[in-house]
Each structure stands twice: as structure tokens, then as C-alpha cells.
Write a protein that binds this ligand. Structure first.
Ligand SMILES: C[S@@+](CC[C@H](N)C(=O)[O-])C[C@H]1O[C@@H](n2cnc3c(N)ncnc32)[C@H](O)[C@@H]1O
Ligand SMILES: [Zn+2]
Length: 376
């Protein structure tokens, strides 16, 4: 491996050497590096700084070029282990550690074996596509924080339901708020992977950006809290005819089958996570951290964090374009709809999941009424 056979890029304060034969897809003859993920890695640096203790030991279990773990070691100073079973990736990680003068541990193992044999304070799972096969071992290994990426947005969000059922043991459906269904399907599966170890999760930040889902979770032990966590899992009863939806908590929930709004049959989606997606204090801290750092994608990262911070902590949102089509109401600016919902006494915010999404505790009838106001 000749340094001349590649190039060095700067991410944050870290130099990353990228060999010539990189790819953004699965391959044994090239090393994974995706420059588009710089934004996600910038967010990781700010969030991990907000939630980790300087004594935490960090594992980048599926490290690729090492971009994420090398940045964590260099920019946050955490004791770090990086692992990848691909020989080329392993050599690239070594080169990147050397380039930044870092003393990190580098392994060339099957991540599932490594996770089953050793524990780390922070475990980061950043796979190709679905993280499902790593979740059991990752929940076992993580002592304090678990970070998970998923790029298989189609199975998670209901576009490929058979694959969603195989990977996440959950019924998915393509609703008008499908990115949030995807995030909650992922979180539901992680919760059900942690519970056999008497471990419970608490989401600190969960963001969906294009084909990329990323969640940061606190993970701790405790039978009682784990029992409580299981109550945050549940089902959604969704009517595709009028967009009515209702949330049923608990894995033994009796889900309503007939839409009380229009009388059509509803679709059951789940089990999925119905609890909160973020911790506002963590996002506040991460936002402050963002300002202090030298990060290439600061503006975009700030936008995502602000919007996660401000969104209502309730499951689901309505896509107001779909709502307008389904109910035959004209469109007015989204901010006007939100303002009028608030004037009528409802909670209402936008959501980071979609530019046309409205989170509100108003029911479908009230929402349609507000949408149609001014057009009578
Ligand atoms: C999406 S890439 C990682 C990207 C990297 N975290 C980054 O930020 O650039 C996934 C990596 O996981 C590795 N991998 C897949 N399955 C593995 C396994 N069972 N054990 C170890 N490494 C694995 C692949 O070789 C690949 O380099
Ligand atoms: Zn209905």
C-alpha cells in the first residue's frame, strides 16, 4: 500500500487517507469511504462529545477506512478500538492512525465475535444496509452508549415489507410519515434486542437524513426499567383511506381494526418504538459543541439538530401534501397551518423527517378543518 496510491482529505481536525480503490458499496477488493457521510460524522463528534465521559472506551466495530473512529480518537481523545474484517480496510485504518499520530487499537475480526467477547462503553455500528444481524451482540457489548446506523430505508419504512418483517420482526407499511415509521421500527428492534440482557435503551438523538438513519442511545442495566421500556413498544393502527392513526402501547396491545373516522379497515404496523426519539438537553449540549468546533458541515448539522430539538415528542406526523390530496383541501403555507392549529389550542410543530410534515396532537377531523379554513 503506497501512500501515493490515494489521497488525503480533511474532516474536522482529522486527516483521512483514502486509497484509490474506494467504494460506497459492499466489496472485498476496495475500502469503504463515503464523503457524503461527513455531515453524519460531524454530528457524531458533537453528540458524542455531549454524551460521553473522557474515560469512555469507544469501539468503531465496522470501521471501513476508519474515518469515524479515527475522528473520535483524534477530536474527542477517547480511548478507541477500530475493527474491520476486510484486510484492505484494516491496513487503511492502520495508515490513518499513523497519519494522525494516534495510539489506537486496530482489529481485523468478525465484529459479531468481537462484540460477543468484549465490552466497550460506547459501541458504534455503521454497516452496509441493515444493522439487524449485529444488534444482539452490540446490545450485549455496549456498557453505556450504543450508536446505530441503518441505510436499508426501504425495508424499515415499509417500501419492502417482506424484508422488513425478516430483518426487524415487524410489520411495516408505507404511510405518509414513512421515515419516522422506519426510525421507530429500528428502535423497536434495538429495544427488543437489549431486553433479554435486562438492558434498557433511552434514545438521545435519532435523525433520518435521506437514505441514512442514525440513532444515539443510552443503554443501561436494570430489570424494572427494562420492564418499563417494553411499554414504550407498541403498534399503530393506520387508515390508508383517510390517514387516521391511533397508537397502542405494549407488545400485547389490542389494535383497533376499523377506522373510527371513515369506517375503512385499518392496517396494523409494528411492533415499533412509540417512546421519545431525542433528549432535548443532549441536543442543546451538542449544538453548543458544534459551534466550538472546526467542522466542514456545521451549517447542515445545526439545521438537523435544531429541527430534532424543536419537534413535538409524540409519535407520527402528517404529510400535509398527502392530507390535502386525500381530503380535497387546498394548500396554504405550512407555517400558517401550524399557527392556526396552535391558535385552536393544539400542539403543532414541523419535523426533521420531512419538509411537508406536521406533528400535532390534533385529530384528523380537526386537522382537516384547519387545513380547509379560509377556503370555504
Ligand atoms: C459502511 S462500512 C463502514 C463505514 C465507516 N464507519 C465510515 O464512517 O466510513 C461497513 C464496513 O463493515 C465491514 N464489515 C461488514 N461486516 C463485518 C463483520 N461481520 N465484521 C467486521 N467487519 C465487517 C465492511 O468490510 C465495511 O468496511
Ligand atoms: Zn379512515
Amino acid at each position: 500500500m503506497d501512500p501515493a496510491d490515494g489521497k488525503i482529505v480533511l474532516e474536522g481536525d482529522t486527516k483521512i487517507w483514502i486509497p484509490e480503490n474506494t467504494a460506497v458499496k459492499r466489496s472485498s477488493t476496495s475500502v469503504f469511504y463515503n464523503p457524503e457521510m461527513e455531515l453524519a460524522r460531524d454530528i457524531s463528534i458533537a453528540v458524542l462529545n455531549a454524551i460521553s465521559d473522557e474515560k469512555f472506551v469507544f469501539l468503531d466495530a465496522l470501521a471501513g477506512s476508519g474515518a469515524r473512529g479515527i475522528r473520535v480518537a483524534n477530536e474527542l481523545g477517547l480511548e478507541t478500538t477500530l475493527n474491520d474484517w476486510n484486510e484492505l480496510a484494516y491496513r487503511t485504518i492502520r495508515k490513518n492512525a499513523e497519519l494522525n499520530g494516534l495510539n489506537v487499537e486496530i482489529k481485523n475480526e468478525n465484529a459479531k465475535v468481537l462484540l460477543s467477547e468484549s465490552k466497550f462503553d460506547v459501541v458504534d455500528i455503521d454497516p452496509f444496509g441493515s444493522p439487524a444481524v449485529f444488534l444482539d451482540a452490540a446490545c450485549y457489548s455496549a456498557r453505556k452508549i450504543l450508536c446505530v446506523t441503518a441505510t436499508d430505508t426501504a425495508p424499515l419504512s415499509g417500501a419492502h415489507p417482506a424484508s422488513g418483517l425478516r430483518k426487524y420482526s415487524a410489520r411495516t407499511y408505507k404511510t405518509d410519515f414513512y421515515p419516522e415509521i422506519g426510525m421507530r421500527t429500528l428502535l423497536g428492534k434495538i429495544a427488543r434486542s437489549s431486553s433479554p440482557y435486562d438492558k434498557f435503551i433511552e434514545p438521545l438523538l435519532s435523525h433520518a437524513t435521506r437514505h441514512y438513519f442514525r440513532t444515539y442511545l443510552s443503554i443501561k442495566r436494570g430489570k424494572r426499567e427494562t420492564n418499563k421500556m417494553m411499554q414504550e413498544i407498541g403498534f399503530i393502527s393506520y387508515c390508508k383511506n383517510c390517514l387516521f392513526r391511533e397508537y397502542f402501547y405494549g407488545v400485547d396491545a389490542q389494535v383497533g381494526k376499523i377506522c373510527p373516522h371513515c369506517g375503512d379497515k385499518t392496517i396494523s404496523i409494528g411492533p415499533l418504538w412509540l417512546g421519545r426519539l431525542h433528549d432535548r438537553d443532549v441536543i442543546e449540549d451538542a449544538l453548543q459543541e458544534l459551534e466550538l468546533r472546526n467542522l466542514g458541515k456545521k451549517r447542515e448539522a445545526r439545521k438537523i439538530l435544531e429541527s430534532c430539538k424543536d419537534e413535538m415528542a409524540i409519535p407520527g406526523y402528517y404529510d400535509y401534501h398527502v392530507l390535502s390530496k386525500v381530503h380535497g383541501v387546498k394548500l396554504k403555507p405550512i407555517e400558517v397551518v401550524i399557527k392556526e392549529l396552535k391558535e385552536d389550542g393544539y400542539g403543532a410543530t414541523r419535523t426533521h423527517f420531512s419538509g411537508t410534515g406536521i406533528k400535532t396532537d390534533a385529530g384528523i377531523a380537526e386537522l382537516v378543518k384547519v387545513m380547509g379554513r379560509g377556503f370555504e
